[in-house]
Ligand binder design. Structure first.
Ligand SMILES: *[C@@H]1O[C@H](CO)[C@@H](O)[C@H](O)[C@H]1NC(C)=O
Ligand SMILES: *[C@@H]1O[C@H](CO)[C@@H](O)[C@H](O)[C@H]1NC(C)=O
Ligand SMILES: *[C@@H]1O[C@H](CO)[C@@H](O)[C@H](O)[C@H]1NC(C)=O
Ligand SMILES: *[C@@H]1O[C@H](CO)[C@@H](O)[C@H](O)[C@H]1NC(C)=O
Ligand SMILES: *[C@@H]1O[C@H](CO)[C@@H](O)[C@H](O)[C@H]1NC(C)=O
Ligand SMILES: *[C@@H]1O[C@H](CO)[C@@H](O)[C@H](O)[C@H]1NC(C)=O
Ligand SMILES: *[C@@H]1O[C@H](CO)[C@@H](O)[C@H](O)[C@H]1NC(C)=O
Ligand SMILES: *[C@@H]1O[C@H](CO)[C@@H](O)[C@H](O)[C@H]1NC(C)=O
Length: 528
């Protein structure tokens, strides 16, 4: 293992140097080019200013009670008033695109019928252009769309928001619900002149009985003058292949707009964890926004690039939060990403030089000396409703292995601060069946809730022990999300991630905060 690891390091370093040299010439050219553009436009080429607003939606007190359109609009306008304030604040900062969260305008907990008055009509616009602010008469029941369109004009920015929409249907459509209409959980996009650009109807509903799944998957993308292609999806969608992964793989999307009303679930699925992991895994930017209701576990938004995250997570404040950041198109070559000071090959050599050395090409047969698993008995504990198999990470430094079904997870670790905190390496390779059914392959180094085995998987939010680690597993899926969460719900960017032979790995040295979770969260979509 160590031998082949070092070989990889060398080739990576060589490639890396080649990239730096190429990059230097390229950047010189770009710099001269940019200089002009900066002075003209105020933004360097390929950079743009994005905003997400973690909105605390004003909720109707009785979402299950039937109301009329007028009352529904009165409530929704209160939320839209707050959106407008944020758009104006963002405009002052030169924001070019702003994103508002799922359920931000109408709220949640409706029945199918009680939701109806809250729905805007969603026209199917093929080649037709529509500016709802300037052409309000074109379609009835589009008051919310009109206000959003007007806000885009006022702020002169692209605007993405989530609302409930309705589309009438009849028996000529075999999927048409019995009440003669579809009700969709919908994102809409307006351009900076208020034009309706595109819509996306949520594919993977999360027990939202008031809404219908669209009869066909929407692959919604849009272009802007300031960046490469954007793709859109909503909340629970992030855990599924359609449309999230396909947008990245087949539609060439480089920026994701992700709206959510996400209830955090530690240790692996807090919203900021999965948002950043998606950006790192797919080398895309993710403009992610959550609804803000800490009492429901909803907080956590961010503007994530593959190598940097501007995030917000706040369980105390009752208020919303506007996050603004300048980002650029993700680099075409993901190798360039792993250039932070904590992931130089030198520091890894030093780290690994403490380990027993093995023969090269033994990645599939790790040398026995390195593994203490034979002497460490595994135990079981429930993590996010899943029965993980774990081994304790008690030592100051060590090498651990734990397997379940066809997945084996490995970690080499070294602690810098050694407290009494109890950590364990866990594996899960099975169908997750609570709050949704989906197949998970996960390797997770977690801080446990206390000294007892059964506390591993508890929701912990602080830690003091910093680690250097190399975590890897022989995943059967190619879709693995690297998660790295540190004390106080802070994010750090992995030092390196990727494939080494048949193993997916993450390395990190010099964490600046205590470790909460280092995980490789794999989704084996075919097994769902
Ligand atoms: C939604 O309804 C469920 C029960 O139907 C309740 O437990 C939950 O608190 C409600 N949430 C809100 C935000 O009203
Ligand atoms: C809007 O509704 C009114 C009243 O029901 C109707 O007269 C009008 O034709 C509708 N307009 C459109 C564009 O559907
Ligand atoms: C059913 O809906 C289709 C498409 O919207 C429409 O063309 C057709 O006229 C409708 N049929 C009836 C019987 O209403
Ligand atoms: C408004 O923006 C859209 C999308 O960028 C563009 O296609 C359209 O030409 C613009 N319309 C006007 C009137 O500028
Ligand atoms: C990589 O590091 C070098 C030296 O610190 C720096 O000049 C370069 O901009 C970095 N590249 C990236 C892509 O961050
Ligand atoms: C977890 O799995 C192990 C081994 O299959 C089993 O012995 C244990 O009872 C399971 N635990 C729970 C809580 O289901
Ligand atoms: C992962 O490694 C273990 C142990 O070597 C092996 O039994 C298992 O078959 C491997 N899984 C895959 C998918 O290759
Ligand atoms: C960590 O969290 C525990 C439990 O919430 C708390 O008792 C402890 O004071 C916290 N420690 C720090 C350093 O914040």
């Amino acid at each position: 293992m160590k031998g082949s690891g070092a070989t990889c390091e060398r080739t990576r370093k060589e490639r890396f140097i080649a990239h730096i040299m190429l990059g230097a010439w390229y950047k010189l050219g770009l710099f001269l080019l940019c200089y002009q553009i900066i002075s003209l436009e105020g933004h360097p080429e390929g950079h743009y200013v994005a905003a997400v607003y973690e909105h605390r939606s004003i909720l109707t007190p009785n979402p299950k009670v039937l109301t009329d359109r007028e009352s529904a609009l009165r409530l929704m306008n209160q939320n839209l008033d707050l959106y407008e304030e944020q758009v104006m604040a963002a405009a002052k900062e030169g924001v070019q695109i702003i994103v508002f969260p799922e359920d931000g305008i109408h709220g949640f907990n409706f029945t199918r019928d009680s939701l109806y008055p809250f729905l805007d009509f969603l026209p199917s616009l093929q080649s037709e252009e529509w500016n709802p602010c300037l052409e309000p008469y074109k379609f009835n029941d589009t008051e919310v769309l009109q206000r959003l369109s007007c806000m885009a004009i006022m702020g002169q920015m692209y605007l993405v928001a989530n609302l409930g929409t309705k589309q009438p249907c009849n028996s000529s459509d075999a999927h048409c619900p019995a009440d003669g209409r579809y009700q969709f959980n919908t994102n809409v996009v307006f351009s900076d002149n208020g034009t309706f650009v595109t819509s996306y109807r949520k594919q993977n509903l999360y027990f939202e009985y008031a809404f219908d799944t669209p009869p066909e998957v929407d692959y919604s993308t849009f272009d802007t003058p300031f960046a490469e292609k954007f793709g859109i999806f909503i909340c629970f969608d992030i855990l599924f292949f359609e449309p999230a992964v396909r947008l990245v793989k087949d539609y060439g999307v480089k920026h994701i707009v992700f709206t959510a009303a996400w209830m955090n679930q530690l240790p692996l699925l807090a919203s900021i964890e999965i948002q950043q992991a998606f950006a790192v895994a797919f080398n895309v930017n993710v403009l992610a926004v959550n609804n803000h209701h800490p009492s429901l576990g909803m907080t956590g938004s961010g503007i994530h690039s593959p190598r940097r995250s501007f995030w917000y997570h706040n369980m105390e404040s009752p208020e919303g939060k506007l996050i603004i950041a300048q980002i650029s198109d993700p680099p075409a070559d993901a190798d360039l990403l792993w250039n932070d000071t904590s992931s130089t090959t030198e520091s890894y050599r030093e780290f690994f030089s403490k380990e027993p050395s093995c023969e090269e090409n033994d990645i599939d047969a790790p040398c026995n000396k390195g593994w203490s698993h034979e002497t460490v008995p595994s135990f079981h504990s429930t993590m996010m409703y899943d029965n993980f198999t774990l081994v304790p990470a008690w030592e100051e430094q060590g090498s651990l292995q734990v397997c379940s079904n066809s997945l084996c997870c490995y970690v080499d670790y070294q602690r810098h601060v050694l407290s009494d905190d109890f950590y364990a390496l866990g594996v899960f390779d099975d169908l997750h069946t609570v709050h949704g059914t989906y197949y998970v392959q996960a390797c997770a180094l977690v801080k446990c809730g206390g000294p007892q085995f059964e506390t591993c998987g508890h929701e912990i939010t602080n830690a003091t022990d910093t680690f250097d680690f190399h975590l890897w597993g022989n995943f059967s899926t190619s879709y693995v999300f690297p998660i790295l969460l540190t004390s106080g719900m802070t994010l750090e960017i992995p030092g390196q991630v990727g494939w080494e032979g048949s193993h997916y790995f993450m390395r990190k040295n010099q964490l600046s905060e205590g470790l909460l979770t280092a995980a490789l969260y794999g989704r084996w979509y075919e097994r769902d």
